[in-house]
Write a protein that binds this ligand. Structure first.
Ligand SMILES: Cc1cc2nc3c(=O)[nH]c(=O)nc-3n(C[C@H](O)[C@H](O)[C@H](O)COP(=O)(O)OP(=O)(O)OC[C@H]3O[C@@H](n4cnc5c(N)ncnc54)[C@H](O)[C@@H]3O)c2cc1C
Length: 400
C-alpha cells in the first residue's frame, strides 16, 4: 500500500497531524499500538480553556478550573480567578474527538497496530513501515513519515536521529472517586514531602472525581513515583485528609522529556512532533496543547512538502516556526525548574509566598510560561522582593 504521509502514534500530536495533512490534500495513514485512542492514559490532562476552545474541543470534554492552590510542607497559598481559565480534560473523549476529526477529513486510522520496523531506499531515506495489525503484518510505502510515537521516539531512534532522553519526568497517577472536592480548584503540592524531585497534584474532574499524582525528575531522583503516591494516599497527607473517602478506579503512568527541543526534528522524509520532538513545557509537565498546535502545523507543512518529495529542505519551515515560538519559553522554564529542584522544604515554604503576591494574570503568565520580555520586566518591577527578583532574573537572562 502506498500513502503520501504515514504517522506513527495516535496521541494528540499524531491525530492532529493526520487531520491537518488530510485537510491539505494528502493521503494519510496513522498507526496506534493501543486498542483505541486515549486507551492508555499517560497524562493528567490539564490545559487552558482559551487554547482548547481554539482547537474546537467541546466544553463537555473538560472540567473548568478557576482557582489554584499551592501547598508546601508548612505553607499554603491560593490564587482565585474571576473566570475559568484552566481545565482538566477527559482524555479518552478528547483523543477520540481528535481521531474523529482526522477520520472525517479522510485519514485512515489503524488501532492495535504496532509499528515494529522501518523501510529505507538505497540512499538511506526512510520510505515505509512494517506494522503488526489486527489483519496481520502489513508493509506500507510512504513519501513522508511523521514520528508521533511520544517519549520513546521509536522511528527517530531507529533512524539514529534521536538519542534516548537523558533528563525526563516520570509520573504516576490514580484517577479516584472521592467524597468531596471543590471542582473549581486544582492543587500543586511541592517539597520533599510530596515529591523528591518534582511535585504532586490533585486535579478535579468533577466534585467527586479527581486525578491524584506524583511526578519525579530523572536523573535527580531514582524513586518510583508510584511508591511515593502510594505513601501519600495511604497516609492521607494534607489536603487528601479533607477529601473524605478516596477510592482509586484507574491508574495512569507516563514519561515526559525534560531537556527542551531536539536539536533537529526534520530529516529527509521524516518529521518529529509532540513529545518525540521535545515540545512539552517541562515546568508543569504540559504538552497537550503544543502537541496539537505543532501537530497541525507539521501536517500542513508535510502535505505541502510532498511535491518536493518531502526533502529536509522542504520541511524546514516547520522546525523554524516551532523553535521560534517555543525554544526560549522552554529554556526559561528549564531554568526555573532547576531552581525549584534545588529547593529544600523550608525554601519552598518561602518560595510559594512569591506566588501569593502575584495577580491572577501574572500567575497565569508564569505558570503557562508566557515569559515575554515586556511581561517579565513588569513582573520584576511590580515585585521588588529579593527572592522574587531572583526568580524573574533567571527567566529574564534567557529572554534577552
Ligand atoms: C505524568 C504526566 C502528566 C502529564 N500531565 C500533563 C498535563 O496535565 N497537561 C498537559 O498538557 N500535558 C501533560 N503531560 C504531557 C503530555 O501528556 C504530552 O506532552 C503529550 O501527551 C504528548 O503528545 P504526543 O502525541 O506527542 O505523545 P503521546 O501522547 O505519548 O502519544 C504517543 C502515541 O504513540 C503510540 N505509539 C508509540 N510507539 C508506537 C509504535 N511503535 N507503533 C504505534 N503506536 C505507537 C503510543 O501508544 C501513544 O498513543 C503529562 C505527561 C506525563 C508523563
Amino acid at each position: 500500500m502506498k500513502y503520501d504521509i504515514a504517522i506513527v502514534g495516535g496521541g494528540p500530536a499524531g491525530l492532529s497531524a493526520a487531520y491537518s495533512a488530510s485537510k491539505n490534500g494528502a493521503k494519510v495513514v496513522l498507526f496506534e499500538k493501543d486498542p483505541s485512542f486515549g486507551h492508555n492514559v499517560r497524562t493528567s490532562g490539564v490545559s487552558w480553556i482559551k487554547e482548547i476552545e481554539q482547537f474546537g474541543i467541546p466544553k463537555e470534554f473538560y472540567n473548568p478550573i478557576k482557582n489554584f492552590s499551592f501547598v508546601s510542607p508548612n505553607n499554603e497559598i491560593s490564587i482565585s480567578g474571576h473566570e475559568y481559565t484552566a481545565c482538566v480534560l477527559d482524555i479518552k473523549k478528547t483523543y477520540q474527538f481528535l481521531a474523529i476529526k482526522a477520520a472525517k477529513e479522510g485519514s485512515e486510522l489503524f488501532v492495535r497496530s504496532n509499528v515494529f520496523d522501518i523501510k529505507k531506499n538505497l540512499e538511506g531515506k526512510i520510505n515505509g513501515l512494517k506494522v503488526s495489525t489486527p489483519k496481520g503484518i502489513v508493509e506500507i510505502d510512504s513519501t513522508l513519515i511523521i514520528d508521533a510515537s511520544g517519549f520513546n521516539s521509536f522511528i527517530s531512534r531507529k533512524m539514529g536521529y534521536a538519542p534516548l532522553w537523558q533528563r525526563y519526568g516520570v509520573g504516576a497517577e490514580y484517577e479516584c472517586y472521592c467524597d468531596k472536592i471543590n471542582q473549581e480548584t486544582l492543587f500543586l503540592l511541592v517539597g520533599q514531602k510530596y515529591s523528591n524531585a518534582g511535585y504532586a497534584w490533585i486535579f478535579p474532574l468533577s466534585d467527586n472525581l479527581v486525578r491524584i499524582g506524583v511526578g519525579m525528575g530523572r536523573p535527580e531522583s531514582t524513586i518510583d513515583p508510584l511508591n511515593k503516591l502510594n505513601y501519600i494516599m495511604e497516609n492521607k497527607l494534607y489536603p487528601l485528609n479533607k477529601m473524605g473517602k478516596i477510592q482509586p478506579i484507574e491508574v495512569h503512568y507516563g514519561m515526559i522529556p525534560n531537556e527542551g527541543l531536539r536539536k533537529s526534528f526534520v530529516y529527509n522524509g521524516l518529521m518529529m512532533i509532540g513529545d518525540t520532538a521535545g515540545q512539552a513545557n517541562p515546568l508543569v509537565l504540559e504538552g497537550i496543547r503544543y502537541a496539537i498546535e505543532f501537530g497541525q502545523l507539521a501536517g500542513k507543512i508535510g502535505a505541502k512538502s510532498l511535491i518536493y518529495d518531502s526533502t529536509m529542505d522542504s520541511l524546514e519551515d516547520y522546525e523554524y516556526s516551532c523553535k521560534k515560538l517555543l525554544e526560549k519559553k522552554i529554556l526559561a522554564s528549564l531554568k526555573v525548574q532547576s531552581r525549584w529542584l534545588a529547593l529544600s522544604d523550608l525554601d519552598w515554604d518561602k518560595e510559594i509566598d512569591i506566588i501569593k503576591d502575584l495577580t491572577i494574570d501574572e500567575f497565569l503568565d508564569f505558570i503557562k510560561s508566557d515569559f515575554s520580555n515586556y511581561k517579565m520586566m513588569k513582573l520584576a518591577l511590580n515585585h521588588p522582593k529579593l527572592v522574587a527578583r531572583q526568580l524573574f532574573n533567571l527567566v529574564w537572562s534567557i529572554r534577552k
